[in-house]
Design a protein around this ligand. Sequence first.
Ligand code: PXP
Length: 243
Amino acid sequence: MSDIKLCVNIDHVATVRQARGGIEPDPLQAARIVEESGADGVTVHLREDRRHIQDSDIIALRDIVVGKFNLEMALSDDIISIAKRILPDQITLVPEKREELTTEGGLDVRGYFDRIRSVVEMFHEKKVIVSLFIEPDIETVELSKKSGADYIEIHTGTYCNEFYRPGSRRVKDEIDRIYLAAERACAIGIGVNAGHGLDCKNLPAILGAPGLEELNIGFSIIARSLFIGMPAAVKEMLRTIKR
Ligand code: PXP
């Protein structure tokens, strides 16, 4: 049985709440339910436009999440200073564009190398684990290691899109890229996480990626919760992971 961990991204519980500007559904309740259902932790993305998760959510989540509390965030001064006050267990640095529907592409580690290295140092001083959300690309894996980050999170979005593209011939190539990036990460001593676009159908093919420790999965679990309930949706994902 695999011991790969699952952190559930609960951003879209907040997306529904924000649709009416009220207090329901409550992301805190979602965090409690996913952990009670067996998830190893909770992930949220505090976006610069605050379209779903709010500052008050992460302050409250910090107190109630029992497992790993992973904060996805852009390299922005505003968000960095909030993260330094909250001190999640892990930060995952992501690129962010205001107009995007969801995170597109991985972090430009080469372009922002000095900035990333200083953020890694800043959070290491505070004993916070740092992960970089990157494309499955060997050079980027190597630069991530050089930056001092503890983990890469392999962006599985391209693979997942190909998986659902009728007649796609690139699925195997995308799986190979993920495995090669993970293999290189293991060889040079940086941890391997993965996420984006994963669901119970496309996940099995990547579970054998070398050294894979943790998955961050949100949308498919929250969407499935509408029909079978959140505990069942989390358990279904855990069965897929731990088969
Ligand atoms: N990992 C990162 C870095 C992300 O930005 C996201 C989306 O917020 C996810 C994982 C989860 O992706 P999904 O919601 O498609 O499962």
